[in-house]
Ligand binder design. Structure first.
Ligand SMILES: [Zn+2]
Length: 117
């Protein structure tokens, strides 16, 4: 990297007071089973439903906290989260693309919040 273009890589520190909900990869077998049970009871035949994805809150792997995060990173970085107890971790370390997508979502959400004030 050449020097002098740090302005492009602004580093964000974002307070996230609410749980961060993420979609679980793949189809949730529990939801599929529930849907199947409902469909068996249904009196009106319905066409096939869309594959089901469950959402879940990110939790600190050390203490289980699910809110009051501080998120750190630049637009092109996978997000780094710090829980209220100060545990620092990177979700989906093996999948940096997911972490990067979340970082970008948080930056965008943060910008929206700020423009509301
Ligand atoms: Zn923690």
């Amino acid at each position: 990297m050449s020097s002098g273009d740090e302005s492009e890589g602004a580093f964000w520190t974002i307070r996230v007071t609410q749980p961060i909900l993420v979609q679980i990869q793949g189809i949730d077998p529990t939801a599929v089973a529930i849907n199947d049970a409902v469909m068996e009871d249904a009196t009106i035949p319905v066409s096939s439903y869309a594959p089901v994805r469950r959402v879940e809150a990110l939790r600190c792997p050390q203490c289980g906290a699910d809110r009051d995060w501080t998120a750190f990173g630049a637009w092109t970085d996978p997000v780094r989260l710090v829980c209220p107890s100060g545990h620092s971790w990177t979700p989906w370390e093996a999948e940096p693309a997911r972490g990067r997508a979340l970082m970008q979502e948080l930056i965008l959400a943060c910008g929206i919040e700020e423009s509301r004030d």
